[in-house]
Design a binder for this molecule. Structure first.
Ligand code: NAI
Ligand code: HPV
Length: 390
């Protein structure tokens, strides 16, 4: 029985992938083998001895201590693209509410209705000019980060008749193929700032991207620009943004990641981290995350991990040895020598690396006893050894 702890509410579509005969799932499970999580903060989380994998039902993994996971041989998964459409749709809404004063207008109508003696129909026609705002059509959108979400946003904006500029120095081939050919991809983000009426950011939050939009970046943007941040709060420097909003250089700032400081600033539209909050996305993410967790725990296969390489292998033989180790020379030789010294015949094998870590999966035709597993564990550079039986 594998024990799976949920640190957030996970859609039942995902939990259904973890059949009750093999998985015990709940938020009170202890010494868990796997964790399913959304945005719960895990940086201070104490890893139980059994923990082998964490699956983030979503895209951003900045709530998870990835380095500490890698050092402990814990595989971290996410669900690339599974919530991208939901975010794209909210970005379209964000552009609209940043342009037309839909929120202010709707609130004002309610206020009229609640004021005694006001004829709402008449008040609306008299007062509507206070809520005028520009159209998106023929305006320019700058998209920073052209991954799963960024590419969908670019393509949707083209459909709305916008001119679209995109920036992503690490653009993958797959992502480039998803991008409409009418998007102007620029090599220098300043080229995008120079022309964009709207700037939207879709990059992961990390040490390199913290404060990506700061005073210097804003100084390169057009006056009256509208800035959208549905990625992470820390990508935009709050103080610099507040100053730009106060001076009128930035006309509106829409953020999906409000905090006490930014929420009360002028011309801020703060949403409660709603980007992925659709039933469709919650189901997609949960199903993908549960599937990844299951395939790793049961078969040792790794798909969509952010800290370990992708390795999947059909079963051959009767036992499988899964070894997470440092990506250093001679590991494979040492692993193979240990197995052959114990007279174990290898049926199939895969070895792949990702940055400082590597994963070796070996199918063998005999049962692996504790002594062999301990010999493998004793190899310098080996972090974790698991033996699975078919
Ligand atoms: N508001 C919400 O509920 C949601 C927010 N997000 C946030 O959006 C982010 C992006 O999500 P996806 O598009 O699914 O991820 P993704 O991994 O498909 O795309 C990220 C893109 O950013 C690019 N990138 C990385 N560093 C960059 C830099 N310095 N400059 C320009 N581009 C850079 C990468 O090359 C990649 O193409 C997530 O990391 C997460 O923080 C994601 C889903 C929901
Ligand atoms: O996938 C992401 O990165 C998100 O920000 C979505 O977060 P959530 O799962 O809605 O808490």
């Amino acid at each position: 029985m594998y024990r799976i702890k949920t640190l957030n509410k996970i859609s039942s579509a995902g939990l259904a992938r973890l059949d009750q005969t093999r998985f015990q799932v709940g938020n009170d499970v202890e010494n868990e083998d796997g964790i399913l999580v959304r945005s719960a903060a895990m940086h201070d989380y104490e890893f139980p001895q059994a923990l082998r994998a964490i699956a983030r039902a979503g895209a951003g993994t900045n709530n998870i201590p990835i380095d500490r996971c890698s050092e402990n041989g814990i595989v971290v998964f996410n669900t690339p693209g599974a919530n991208a459409n939901a975010v794209k749709e909210l970005v379209v809404a964000a552009m609209l509410i940043a342009s037309r004063d839909i929120m202010g207008g709707a609130k004002w109508v309610q206020e009229q209705a609640n004021t005694e003696g006001v004829d709402v129909a008449a008040a609306v026609e008299k007062g509507k000019s206070a809520f005028v705002g520009p159209e998106l059509y023929k305006k320019t959108l700058g998209v920073i980060g052209l991954g799963a979400i960024g590419a969908l946003v670019c393509n949707a904006a083209l459909e709305l008749g916008m001119d679209v500029y995109g920036y992503d120095p690490f653009l993958s081939v797959d992502a480039a193929l998803r991008l409409d050919r009418h998007v102007h991809v620029v090599k220098d983000v300043n080229e995008l700032y120079k022309v964009a009426d709207y700037v939207t950011i879709h990059v992961p939050f990390n040490n390199d991207t913290k404060d990506f939009i700061n005073a210097e970046a804003i100084s390169k943007m057009k006056g009256q620009v509208r800035v959208l941040n549905l990625a992470r709060g820390g990508l935009v420097n709050d103080d610099d943004m507040i100053e730009a909003l106060n001076s009128g250089r930035v006309a509106k700032y829409v953020t999906d990641f409000p905090d006490n400081k930014i929420t009360t600033a002028k011309n801020v539209i703060a949403l409660p981290h709603l980007g992925a909050s659709t039933p469709e996305s919650e189901e997609n993410c949960a199903a993908m995350a549960a599937q990844e967790l299951r395939d790793y725990l049961v078969n040792g296969n790794i798909t969509n991990s952010v800290n370990m390489p992708s390795v999947s292998q059909e079963w051959s033989g009767i036992a499988r040895v899964c070894i997470i180790h440092k990506n250093v020379p001679a590991m494979l030789t040492k692993i193979m020598t240990t197995l052959s010294d114990d007279n174990i015949n290898v049926e199939n094998m895969t070895n792949k690396s990702k940055k400082d870590y590597a994963y070796t999966m070996v199918d063998v035709n005999t049962r692996i006893n504790d002594q062999v597993a301990d010999e493998l564990r004793a190899i310098e550079g080996v972090i974790r050894v698991r033996v699975l039986n078919h």
